[in-house]
Design a protein around this ligand. Structure first.
Ligand code: NAD
Length: 431
């Protein structure tokens, strides 16, 4: 199929490269000209494992191309995916102005039938607004369909998630739209849920909110473990073996971040309010998540006594491992709380530093690796569970540190082993 993907970010670029890999001809569009220039030069503007190779191969084999010219892309593609950002407004509501903009332009440029698919995460009823907008600017009365096809990929394992999804959700109004999307996704050999557009839109927000709830639930249990001297890893194991609960998303820690959970949760709370439902559970999930940052800072304070002028080493800045994405990263909240306390901060992240440098500039010291972070630090804090932090030489770390103190916000180390090595160590809900 000839496909146009509008928005070449984490979702658009991965989707475009994967659709091309499946044998389609894909044009990725972005209105950020510098991003398109970078892509045309064969470089990738984001870090995502395996993406550079996939993009390069498909670009070379002419299945994948890049442009900032939406008109040209819409002209040559029957199937159009909208993958632009839906960032939160100040009140938490999703800002849908990018979506509206693109819908209007597609209506102006489409020469014949087009299937317009919302892949961005959007509030329920957005499909209706897209249809309304396209009708409004579609002066020549050209036939079109709107569909919803929410994306469930996770940064860090985006290609694997895209190519092997648990399910593909398709929300449609017409058989033609359903047939095109079913054909497109056939090679993935995944269960396909075909439903109406509103239900498809709700599936995405409901799924992310449910997963976020699971995280805040286990974090609440971890906080109880801390108070009574139980161990959250034992509790989570005992819970997770129950098939009705499952073991995934039961890792206690400093809470979730990223461009999906915090913003989708806030948007879903607002959507619910708009339709007259007070989604109290989700408000509590947000509150628990925000509170986990403070839990961590209190633990650091508990081990260091006074914080002013102490040096704290932060390991991990990206919101999760295997990505350079720092949007709503817990590290940023924690650093901001610690700076207010008057501490000096040293930090290292395998991929996230360039983006953090743009935000924090000279406020913290950026280091070349975990060992230089440890040097003369009073406390080492694990914020993102990158694999390389799981394999550090702790004898060396201990010698480098000013005091041997570790606060493990992701529970990646064994507390008994850390104590044996001579560290004062605390995790989240660990004994
Ligand atoms: P992103 O910011 O990485 O990418 C969005 C891209 O859209 C940017 O490159 C931006 O320049 C471009 N853009 C904005 N307006 C445009 C326009 N008018 N024309 C062309 N390009 C335009 O965002 P993302 O992380 O890829 O997320 C995109 C959507 O997918 C969001 O709704 C998000 O919630 C959803 N989503 C994200 C993930 C994830 O893990 N990042 C997973 C599932 C769903």
């Amino acid at each position: 199929m000839n496909i146009c993907v509008v928005g070449s970010g984490y979702v658009g670029l991965v989707s475009g490269a994967c659709f091309a890999h499946l044998g389609n001809r894909v044009i990725c569009v972005d209105n950020d000209e510098s991003k398109i220039k970078t892509l045309k030069k064969g470089a990738i503007p984001i870090y995502e494992p395996g993406l550079a190779e996939l993009v390069k191969r498909n670009y070379k084999e002419l299945r994948l191309s890049f442009t900032s010219n939406l008109k040209q892309a819409v002209k040559s593609s029957e199937v159009i995916f909208i993958c632009v950002g839906t960032p939160p407004r100040d009140n938490g509501e999703a800002d849908l102005s990018f979506i509206e903009h693109v819908a209007r332009d597609i209506a102006l440029y489409m020469p014949s039938y087009r299937l317009i698919i919302e892949k961005s995460t959007v509030p329920v009823n957005t499909g209706e607004w897209i249809e309304h907008t396209v009708k409004l600017f579609n002066k020549r009365n050209i036939k079109f369909d709107v569909a919803s096809n929410p994306e469930f990929l996770r940064e860090g394992s985006a290609i694997e998630d895209f190519m092997h999804p648990d399910r593909v959700v398709i929300g449609v109004k017409s058989k033609k739209a359903s047939d095109i999307l079913t054909e497109l996704y056939k090679p993935l050999d995944a269960p396909i849920v075909i439903t109406d557009i509103k239900s498809a839109e709700l599936i995405k927000h409901a799924s992310n909110s449910f997963l976020a709830t699971k995280i805040s639930f286990i974090n609440s249990i971890a906080n109880i473990c801390d108070k009574v001297g139980a161990d959250i890893s034992e509790v989570a194991k005992g819970m997770g073996l129950d098939k009705r609960i499952g073991e995934k998303f039961l890792n206690a820690g400093i809470g979730f971040g990223g461009f999906c959970f915090p913003k989708d949760l806030a948007a879903f709370v607002m959507i619910s309010e708009k339709v007259g439902y007070n989604f109290g559970i989700l408000k509590e999930v947000q509150k628990v998540n925000d509170g986990q940052r403070t839990v961590l800072v209190k633990k650091i304070e508990g081990l260091l006594w006074n914080l002013p002028k102490k040096t704290i080493g932060i390991l991990g800045l990206s919101f999760k491992p295997d990505t350079d994405d720092i949007r709503y990263a817990p590290a940023l909240d924690i650093i901001s709380e610690l700076l207010k306390e008057g501490v000096n901060i040293k930090a290292y992240d395998p991929q996230g530093m360039p983006k953090v440098k743009r935000v924090l500039k000279n406020e913290i010291k950026f280091c070349k690796d975990a060992y230089s972070v440890a040097e003369k630090s009073d406390c080492l804090v694990i914020v993102t569970e990158w694999n390389e932090f799981k394999e550090l030489d702790f004898k060396k770390i201990k010698k480098l540190m000013h005091q041997p103190v570790i606060v493990d916000g992701r529970n990646i180390y064994d507390p008994a082993e850390m104590k044996r090595l001579g560290f004062r160590y605390v995790g989240i809900g660990r004994r």
